[in-house]
Design a protein around this ligand. Structure first.
Ligand SMILES: [Zn+2]
Length: 411
């Protein structure tokens, strides 16, 4: 959800008061997207087994068209053509990443996943900035009315920027509907002011959100509110899991004679309530993190440094490791935080240097350059020169050194 990759800025707009008809439509679009996605995977597997080649995007589109034109699938034509084509485009992207060994083989989607999502044509969304923040979404809104109420005051909307929107998707997170959209930044735009401050390295982490190499640090505010929310989240999670395990055991006992049957776990009203509460708590925590990261990155950008040096996190690789799920979330968050610092500084004309993934910022001694493996201690102790320093500050100093040695921005 926090992907601000270089020249794109990512926005999430909450949609209010969708009527029942619109929600039904959205669910249908999402379902058809999932069906087509799964069809695409099967088609590629079939093509590969019989012809030993990947059919590419156009091949996928053609197969999808034929599939939809079959009599029993004609009902899928209610879904806008753009949504159907985009599904294939996304699948094509997933396969391209798989061929480049950046990702695993695409997984089929669950048809009845409660996290509905589908693509929409970003060019034909119309925004009405003056009229009570209304939005018109093609396919969802009716022909003449059906404006959707949305908080969109922070979107960069004017007549010229309309074509700069890309990759629009509608998503449902279990509580609210969202419009997710990326905005293409103008690379040639003149910076507002000339940055004059001294450059520095920034280390991001969980203990201290950001530690600057000039000694300034931003701690995450573990207030009572955050602690309560985290506690509630853990309690609800374990209650949900407990119920699930109990039901699964019950089901297995009753249907032990036929093992091939898929075990369907019923969801009671109580469990549904728990799940909804859990989702809400997660969202509240995420929102707090989000706001905090936005504030800190803005403060860093407001120092107007000439350049900054930040690290590149290895989010992709860690995501495959399912056991460390909570760690993944933190990594994803930190990576989003780095992206925020990145684009906010760029807007101010600050040069952003990204140390590559292989740069061991936490292992090098910032005084003598000796490199050794460190544990999870808070202080860094160098066995070579005896330097004792805060671990995050040490990493920030290393990043500063990297920035001085490699003045060209690493893309
Ligand atoms: Zn040393």
């Amino acid at each position: 959800m926090y992907s601000t990759i270089h020249q794109y800025k990512y926005y999430k707009v909450k949609l209010y008061d969708l009527n029942d008809e619109q929600i039904e439509k959205a669910k249908l679009y999402s379902k058809v997207s999932a069906i087509l996605y799964n069809f695409g995977i099967e088609f590629v597997q079939y093509e590969y087994q019989n012809h030993r080649k990947y059919p590419k995007f156009f091949g996928l589109c053609e197969a999808m068209r034929n599939f939809v034109n079959q009599d029993e699938n004609r009902w899928m034509k209610q879904v806008p053509a753009y949504t159907r084509a985009m599904t294939m485009k996304i699948l094509d992207g997933a396969f391209q990443r798989f061929f480049k060994k950046q990702a695993k083989f695409p997984k089929p989607k669950k048809i009845d996943n409660p996290h509905y999502s589908f693509s929409i044509q970003s060019d034909s969304i119309s925004f009405h900035k003056t009229e009570k923040n209304l939005i018109r979404i093609p396919g969802l809104s009716g022909k003449y009315d059906g404006h959707i109420n949305a908080k969109q005051h922070h979107l960069p909307i004017d007549k010229e920027s309309k074509h700069n929107f890309k990759n629009a998707r509608i998503k449902y997170d279990g509580i609210n509907w969202w419009l997710c959209i990326s905005f293409k930044l103008d690379a040639n735009q003149e910076p507002i002011e000339t940055p004059t401050g001294e450059g520095f390295g920034i280390d991001v982490g969980l203990r201290t959100a950001a530690y600057l190499s000039n000694g300034r640090k931003f701690d995450f505010p573990y207030t009572m509110r955050v602690k309560t929310l985290l506690h509630r989240k853990n309690k609800l999670r374990s209650a949900i899991d407990k119920y699930k395990n109990m039901e699964r055991k019950k089901q297995e006992r009753s249907s032990s004679h036929d093992e091939n049957r898929e075990v369907q776990i019923p969801i009671s009203n109580r469990q549904m309530k728990r799940i909804n509460r859990y989702r809400k708590t997660c969202r509240q925590i995420t929102n707090i993190y989000h706001t905090f990261y936005h504030t800190v990155s803005r403060r860093i950008a407001d120092m107007y440094p000439e350049w900054i040096c930040i690290e590149t996190l290895q989010v992709k690789e860690i995501q495959h490791n399912n056991k460390r799920n909570s760690a993944n979330m933190h990594e994803a968050r930190l990576s989003g935080f780095l992206d925020m610092i990145d684009y906010k500084c760029r807007e101010h004309g600050t040069k952003v240097i990204r140390a590559p993934k292989s740069f061991p910022s936490s292992q090098i001694c910032s005084k003598c350059g000796n490199k050794h493996k460190v544990g999870s201690n808070e202080t860094y102790i160098c066995p070579n020169c005896g330097l004792e320093i805060n671990r995050d500050l040490n990493a920030a100093l290393n990043l500063k050194k990297y920035g001085i040695d490699n003045p060209t921005p690493y893309m």
